[in-house]
Design a binder for this molecule. Structure first.
Ligand code: ZN
Ligand code: ZN
Length: 243
């Protein structure tokens, strides 16, 4: 047995992102145990209520986002908070509460085909003409949990896709928590929460804008506005789950 195998078998504790059970050695590099993986594979092809396409192929956007002129919203699955306890919901909970390179890198790998498809459709070279931008987590949540899940996802996706990661969007200090506001006020409040970091540029680039979960699309829409203001050629939105 190699040292590496010894560590993987007996020292590192790796849990399934879906059910939390310890992963057997054969699956210790995976995000899921075999049962949760099967469930995940089913969820990815559940049909979109609008276009009837599989979640993985659907580009539909919530209204708040489509009015911004973003090209599409690619996602891995449709999310319903009512399905608490199912592997996909536990995965979303997990990526918000505990940083994991293994799971971030798994999810990035799942998003990769959509990124490649979009690049191909646009006839764009990802390395030179496109960039990856993250929608940053709220300051309070980032301080509480000590990490930003969209940032981790972007790092992993950048490594796999060769798209340069450009963390140009920052959260301003203060601002009201979105959760506590009604739908109309959310849209107005959200625009004031973000700013551009002058150290970075997306001018003339195709921007892939990533957030973990898209609900009303309000914060993603604010991000699209900012990217256009910063001179982006076009914006393609990416998320793990669309609510
Ligand atoms: Zn599991
Ligand atoms: Zn659709």
């Amino acid at each position: 047995m190699t040292v590496r195998e010894f560590l993987d078998r007996f020292v590192f504790v790796r849990k399934c992102g879906g059910c939390g059970q310890l992963l057997e050695y054969d699956f210790c590099k995976d995000a899921f145990c075999p049962a949760c993986r099967m469930k995940w594979n089913q969820v990815k092809v559940e049909p979109c209520p609008k276009c009837y396409g599989a979640a993985l192929e659907c580009a539909c956007m919530p209204k708040g986002l489509s009015v911004t002129g973003a090209l599409s919203l690619r996602k891995l699955m449709f999310y319903s908070p009512r399905r608490m306890g199912e592997p996909q919901n536990r995965m979303i909970y997990r990526i918000k509460h505990r940083p994991s390179r293994r799971i971030s890198s798994f999810l990035a790998g799942e998003l990769l085909p959509a990124v490649k498809e979009e690049l191909k459709a646009l006839g764009v070279d990802g390395k030179t003409d496109a960039v990856l931008v993250s929608m940053p987590r709220g300051r309070r949540a980032a301080a509480t949990y000590g990490f930003d899940q969209s940032d981790l996802l972007c790092q992993a996706l950048s490594a796999q896709s060769e798209l340069p990661y450009v963390p140009i969007i920052r959260r301003k200090r203060g601002g009201k928590e979105q959760k506590k506001l009604g739908k109309d006020r959310r849209f107005r409040n959200i625009q004031s929460l973000f700013l551009l970091d002058p150290a970075f540029s997306v001018s003339g680039k195709y921007v892939f804008l990533l957030d973990d979960v898209v609900t009303t699309g309000a914060s993603m829409a604010a991000g699209v506005h900012l990217m256009k203001k910063a001179g982006a050629k076009a914006v393609i939105c990416l998320c793990i789950a669309q609510n």
